[in-house]
Design a protein around this ligand. Structure first.
Ligand code: ATP
Ligand code: MG
Length: 461
């Protein structure tokens, strides 16, 4: 990978984009095959087949987006996107497996074997008649078609607007994306404020790509983010949930979360947590950070991560704050249940959280209350709970974040490997010192401790 990266920066590509690249009459720069590092063998055969078939049917088709960007950076692309002048219906006629999706922007999903390739028709200038905007400038419907050039201008960032053609294997660059790639700069195309207003999700994409690629946000691209991030409220909660997942499941959750805090985005996406962190909940901030570090580690080693665990951590500071607030008015059990419900209700006003994640998230939380109660058969019953593993990982994370829990994590670590006799003894031993400390007791603070485990957000290895 490093070699490929060096290739891009040191081979002919260094100055040659100026020397040997060709400027087209429409303002595009063509970077010939020997001046860039994309090799056809790294492109998904499905994407190649689709491009070829579109070309055979008389259409133009290019590889675009993250696939081109990541190949140029020597990274492994997550997926491949194709841009074409064929209209969605025309694409559908060529590929039997094609499905038109999306209302705001029509996209065609073409399935080839196990892969799904997104095929989009060149977008046109949206000043034209058939695009519909809201009062805030958000594009509500936009299926105006155009040329390769207008398509490039309509993409989000310059490094995402590079096209690769199989005709002569060159890269076509309308927005100086190649130079930004070399400078490791994330620059939005066009007027930043207008582009964020058209689609506020671009704000999240800016932070996600900056974090994932380790790029600097170009100052004009960064400037309007704080002021405009409130527009995220206009985005549908389902789309926001999907985008939030992408923020944390792309392998750079830690860097992304730090950028989100820097740009004050939590206020819009996780308002309860934002309030708790701004009130100085350091343990809560440590816990989230710990969760992000573990998530990134797990993704790097191809382990599963579950959104329920990530959400459990992201909303934990809000839960703690609510719980403290309600504890003076009701029993700990009632306060816990009410606090959890309040936090969930508040969260659902911002991002959707599907039930399949909400339920395990609640279980992870509720088990935090049960883990300290180990007398009699309680420990055994807790161990049997389907969500035990995730809850145990969560407990270790709380301790690593600096919460003082009287060695509860070590106790559970030992309990899992102990035999029946040892388990009985362990329970008797706590009996001597009480052992029913509720999770709901006021938290004692101590300094953060290095985590003992990286077995977090999956919860079931
Ligand atoms: P990755 O797939 O690695 O997350 P990507 O850049 O391919 O990154 P996709 O969401 O797959 O991101 O989108 C493909 C391409 O479509 C982008 O590279 C960009 O050119 C364009 N695009 C996607 N979302 C937007 C948007 N909200 N506004 C403008 N262009 C967009
Ligand atoms: Mg992509």
């Amino acid at each position: 990978m490093l070699k490929r990266l060096l290739n891009l920066f040191t081979s002919g590509a260094k100055d040659s984009s100026k020397e040997s690249s060709i400027r087209n009459s429409d303002g595009a720069t063509l970077i010939p095959r020997d001046q860039h590092s994309i090799s056809r063998k790294n492109i998904s055969p499905a994407a190649i087949k689709i491009i070829k078939q579109l070309e055979e049917a008389g259409f133009a088709a290019y590889l675009v987006g993250g696939g081109v960007r990541d190949l140029l950076l020597g990274n492994h692309p997550k997926d491949f996107d194709v841009a074409t002048n064929a209209k969605p219906e025309e694409v559908k006629r060529i590929f039997r497996s094609a499905r038109i999706v999306g209302r705001r922007f029509q996209i065609v999903h073409v399935r080839m074997g196990r892969e799904v390739i997104e095929v989009t028709t060149f977008r046109g200038h949206h000043e034209e008649s058939s695009s519909v905007r809201s009062e805030d400038g958000m594009l509500l419907r936009d299926n105006v078609y155009g040329t390769l050039e207008t398509d490039a201008m309509r993409r989000d960032f310059t490094v995402n607007a590079l096209y690769y053609t199989l005709k002569d294997f060159s890269v076509i660059d309308y927005c100086n994306g190649m130079e930004d790639l070399k400078q490791r700069t994330l620059r939005i195309i066009g007027d930043p404020a207008t582009r964020y207003k058209e689609d506020p999700v671009r704000i999240l994409r800016a932070l996600r790509f900056a974090a994932k690629l380790g790029f600097n946000l170009e100052p004009k691209t960064a400037k309007p983010i704080r002021e405009l991030s409130g527009l995220l409220l206009n985005v549908s909660d389902a789309r926001l949930f999907e985008e939030v997942l992408k923020l944390f499941l792309g392998g750079s959750a830690t860097a992304t979360f730090n950028l989100m805090r820097e740009y004050d985005l939590l206020a819009h996406l996780f308002p309860g947590t934002d309030i708790a962190l701004k009130a100085g909940d350091e343990i809560g901030a440590n816990l989230i950070e710990q969760c992000m570090i573990n998530t990134d580690k797990r993704i790097r080693s191809d382990k599963t991560v579950t959104p329920a665990f990530i959400y459990a951590a992201l909303l934990w500071p809000a839960l703690q704050q609510q719980f403290t607030l309600l504890s003076s008015q009701m029993t700990p059990t009632q306060a816990w249940a009410q606090a959890a419900q309040n936090v969930i209700n508040q969260q659902l006003t911002r991002t959707a959280v599907p039930k399949r994640f909400l339920i395990p998230m609640r279980e992870i939380w509720d088990l935090q209350q049960r883990l300290p109660s180990r007398l009699g058969m309680r420990a055994l019953r807790t161990l049997d709970h389907p969500r035990f593993r995730a809850a145990y990982d969560f407990l270790l994370m709380r301790e690593a974040a600096g919460e003082a829990l009287d060695g509860l994590g070590v106790w559970w670590t030992n309990y899992q490997t102990a035999n029946d006799e040892e388990r009985e003894q362990m329970v008797k031993d706590i009996g001597k010192h009480g052992g029913t400390k509720a999770a709901g007791k006021p938290r004692r603070r101590r300094g953060p401790r290095k985590p003992k485990t990286d077995a977090a957000p999956g919860g079931n290895e």
